[in-house]
Design a protein around this ligand. Structure first.
Ligand SMILES: NC(=O)c1ccc[n+]([C@@H]2O[C@H](COP(=O)([O-])OP(=O)(O)OC[C@H]3O[C@@H](n4cnc5c(N)ncnc54)[C@H](OP(=O)(O)O)[C@@H]3O)[C@@H](O)[C@H]2O)c1
Length: 224
């Protein structure tokens, strides 16, 4: 089966945190935000984890740049914890798909559907992320995906070997605790993890941030 090309874009402190211990996550300068919106405008779908919706309530639209169309917004939410008042539910600027599991409460599934949101059930207890990407490819014609976190979703996608590229902005802050860019059970050594190749390293126009662009090498070509 074929899956879309997957790019993770994130901004982290120099200690690799994308959010502080209180959930504060505004780490990008205006140039970096614009860069993010350029990527949003270039993809067919944007994927985020449930906590990112609950904590940040993003619109996930490319509103800082001129875009021909708004990408599909996809939320991975195994237990359907996102509120019905979330911007991605309420505002209809782009289609929204919530991907959940058989363990999700049926009344919440119905409530989301009644609010014009598509709900996909892919998995028993956990969402099968490969199947989700394949279905987006087959049914929705999605060829490029932007993943906007958070750390737990990033880890699951990396662990499953589903990520092709990472664009990480390092911002001049330290949190010392909080959510890591990639947050999971972890690898014991460098051998078990993915092989990254540095494509570029640039200093932001603001002069204070570094933008790192890595591609992940161990993807099989037939995956694309
Ligand atoms: N600085 C940045 O660029 C940036 C970008 C994005 C987000 N953030 C920050 O990151 C924080 C959120 O990160 P996070 O790691 O806590 O959360 P997250 O990755 O946004 O969401 C994690 C949750 O999504 C659900 N999920 C993920 N994969 C799943 C799967 N395969 N099956 C079923 N459910 C799945 C799980 O919900 P259940 O636990 O209910 O199963 C999981 O707890 C926020 O504070 C946000 O501000 C920062």
């Amino acid at each position: 089966m074929t899956k879309p090309y997957v790019i993770i874009v994130s901004a982290a402190t120099i200690d690799g945190r994308i959010a502080s211990k209180t959930g504060y996550s505004r780490l990008s300068c205006p140039f970096d935000l614009r860069r993010l919106h350029e990527v949003r405008a270039s993809v067919d779908a944007i994927i985020v984890g449930a906590n990112t919706i609950i904590n940040d309530d993003p619109s996930l639209t490319p509103r800082y740049v001129k875009a021909n169309k708004n990408p599909i917004r996809v939320v991975i939410d195994g237990r359907l914890r996102i509120p019905l008042t979330a911007r991605i539910v309420v505002n209809k600027e782009a289609p929204t798909i919530i991907v959940t599991t058989e363990s999700a409460p049926i009344d919440k599934v119905m409530a989301l559907k009644n609010n014009g949101v598509d709900v996909w059930i892919i998995g028993k207890d956990r969402v099968n992320l490969r199947e989700t990407l394949e279905r987006l490819y087959e049914e929705k014609g999605v060829r490029r995906v932007l993943v906007e976190g958070g750390g737990h979703l990033n880890w699951e996608l990396i662990k499953e070997g589903l990520v092709d590229e990472i664009r990480l902005t390092i911002s001049p802050y330290v949190f010392g605790a909080g959510t890591s860019f990639i947050e999971g059970e972890g690898y014991p050594t460098t051998i078990e993890g993915p092989k990254l190749r540095l494509k570029s390293a640039n200093i932001c126009e603001c002069g204070q941030e570094v933008i790192l662009n890595y591609v992940i090498e161990n993807r099989s070509l037939q995956d694309h």
